[in-house]
Design a protein around this ligand. Structure first.
Ligand SMILES: NC(=O)c1ccc[n+]([C@@H]2O[C@H](COP(=O)([O-])OP(=O)(O)OC[C@H]3O[C@@H](n4cnc5c(N)ncnc54)[C@H](O)[C@@H]3O)[C@@H](O)[C@H]2O)c1
Length: 315
């Protein structure tokens, strides 16, 4: 029986992961800064899953949790979404101070620490597809959106250094546009689906030629579950995501078709995008040969099938 901790368990990935974990084979602990809904709480109680309300940025919150020796820790807690990420204090505090607290207070010798990083860690690097050792190419320090990438990237380095000292195993996952049920409207896929279901206009940032690699949540979870059975963990940074690029415009057109929506696509002018201080990355694409080489993982779900499942959830 493994002792597993999920930090940031009330969010999109956390909710989906809890459904996939075997509750009989593992002892599962959850923490989040907000309480789950009443119905979710009673479901967790029935399944004997322990939940504790913990804000990871507060050092005195860890008294109980730091006494337990966890075999695996999934660290999902973060700010996400443009509006929050543009607030430097909350971004830096949650990602840097929160993650440092976890490393110092929760992670022990031999724990497997799974840290959720991001494709943003490559910034605007123009050379595609991105490999794990490639450089970060970032904009000016005055542009707040880069604080998210810089904070995640700094914690990647902290994990790399501390793992030598504390002797824990780690997997840093750089996620590429995960989508699926339970996702908040901060993300493009869920936001477009909800706009289409309400026949609202769908906005695309200037220049409208952006491409992304959309990855269905079940494919990510296949890896997160599979890793529990792996005996010889290869610590390191791994890209995880679909390696096929899709034009965001084509994603929106497909969602309009699948939802039989009357929504229309509108391109936001450059001046409007500039005002939000968002410096958009035009193309993103992972090289996923490393995660395939060590863990035999590759995505299985095609975009239309993943979208159909996500749309039926939001309906
Ligand atoms: N979904 C994606 O496509 C994507 C892409 C790149 C990276 N990621 C990373 O994956 C992780 C999970 O993403 P998600 O989509 O599930 O996000 P989410 O916002 O749905 O979930 C994050 C959870 O963390 C909790 N949290 C935030 N601050 C906290 C704090 N101070 N203390 C305790 N809990 C706190 C929130 O309450 C929330 O329940 C994040 O670290 C995110 O940066 C996600």
């Amino acid at each position: 029986m493994k002792k597993i901790l999920i930090i940031g368990s009330n969010g999109f990935i956390g909710k989906n992961l809890i459904q996939r974990l075997n509750h009989n084979e593992n002892k599962i602990f959850l923490i989040d800064k907000s309480l789950p809904s009443k119905s979710d709480l009673s479901l967790l109680k029935k399944k004997k899953i322990h939940f504790q309300k913990v804000d990871i940025t507060k050092t005195n919150n860890f008294n109980k949790i730091s006494k337990i020796n966890f075999d695996v820790v999934y660290h999902l807690a973060s700010v996400v979404g443009v509006s929050q990420v543009l607030d430097p204090k909350i971004t830096i505090d949650t990602i840097i101070n929160g993650s440092l607290n976890i490393i110092k207070k929760v992670i022990k010798k031999n724990t497997l620490f799974i840290f959720f990083s991001t494709s943003e860690a490559y910034g605007n690097n123009p050379k595609l597809p991105w490999r794990e050792e490639d450089s970060m190419v970032l904009g000016s320090y005055k542009i707040p959106r880069w604080n998210y990438a810089k904070s995640k990237s700094l914690i990647e380095s902290v994990i790399y250094e501390y793992s030598k000292k504390i002797k824990f195993k780690y997997i840093i996952l750089r996620l590429f546009n995960i989508y699926g049920p339970h996702q908040s409207n901060y993300f493009i896929t869920s936001s477009i689906i909800n706009r289409c279901l309400n026949n609202l206009p769908c906005y695309l940032n200037y220049p409208g030629t952006q491409t992304r690699c959309f990855t269905y949540i079940d494919d990510l979870n296949d890896f997160l579950i599979k890793i529990l059975k792996v005996k010889n963990i290869k610590s390191g940074v791994f890209n995880i995501g679909n390696n096929k690029r899709t034009k965001v415009k084509n994603l929106i057109e497909l969602i309009i078709k699948l939802t039989k929506s009357k929504s229309k696509i509108k391109i936001k002018k450059f001046s409007t995008v500039k005002k939000t201080k968002m410096q958009d990355v035009i193309h993103r694409q992972p090289d996923i040969s490393k995660i395939y080489k060590f863990y035999k993982w590759k995505p299985k779900t095609n975009l239309a099938n993943g979208l159909k499942k996500t749309i039926s959830f939001f309906k």
